[in-house]
Design a protein around this ligand. Structure first.
Ligand SMILES: [Zn+2]
Ligand SMILES: [Zn+2]
Length: 153
């Protein structure tokens, strides 16, 4: 998002629009798919030599569930995005795309879960347990204790 600083006022102006998902530079990420646009609705004010950018940015990102491994779409939103920029003499524009990108990336959950009660996958057979139980379920629950008992601590 590029801002023409000459037109800014202390009262502020509203910038609404969207960036293509490519600004997030996530094309090479294996665990994330960003295809939805990054939507912004920001008020930009000029206060003496500082530009204040404040508002809401959001997008939807496909992330991989850390329990079951399925991809699902999650809303990534910063409703109190705030950045300030010092304006150098003679500077007539400002590009804040990088700051929007960083704010979005910081909000992507590190261990996303597709739903609160996701059952994950069976450690033994790899079955997605959200689709139903597998036949080795009992064994998995008992195994860790059996191994501990055999250690003769
Ligand atoms: Zn899941
Ligand atoms: Zn299993």
């Amino acid at each position: 998002m590029r801002i023409e600083t000459a037109r800014l006022t202390p009262a502020g102006s509203l910038f609404k629009g969207e960036h293509p998902a490519s600004v997030l530079e996530l094309e090479h990420e294996a665990l994330l798919h960003a295809e939805e646009p990054v939507v912004y609705e920001l008020t930009v004010r000029l206060v003496s030599h500082e530009v204040l950018v404040q508002g809401r940015i959001s997008t939807k990102i496909e992330v991989q569930c850390s329990r079951c491994g399925e991809f699902f779409s999650t809303l990534v939103e910063d409703s109190s995005f705030l950045c300030t920029y010092e304006i150098e003499p003679g500077q007539d524009s400002l590009d804040i795309t990088e700051d929007i990108r960083e704010a979005i990336l910081l909000l992507i959950p590190a261990f996303p879960v597709c739903r609160e009660d996701c059952r994950g996958v069976c450690m033994q057979c790899g079955r997605n347990l959200n689709e139903g139980p597998c036949s080795c379920k009992k064994k998995v629950l008992n195994d860790p204790w059996e191994k501990l008992n055999r250690l003769d601590l």
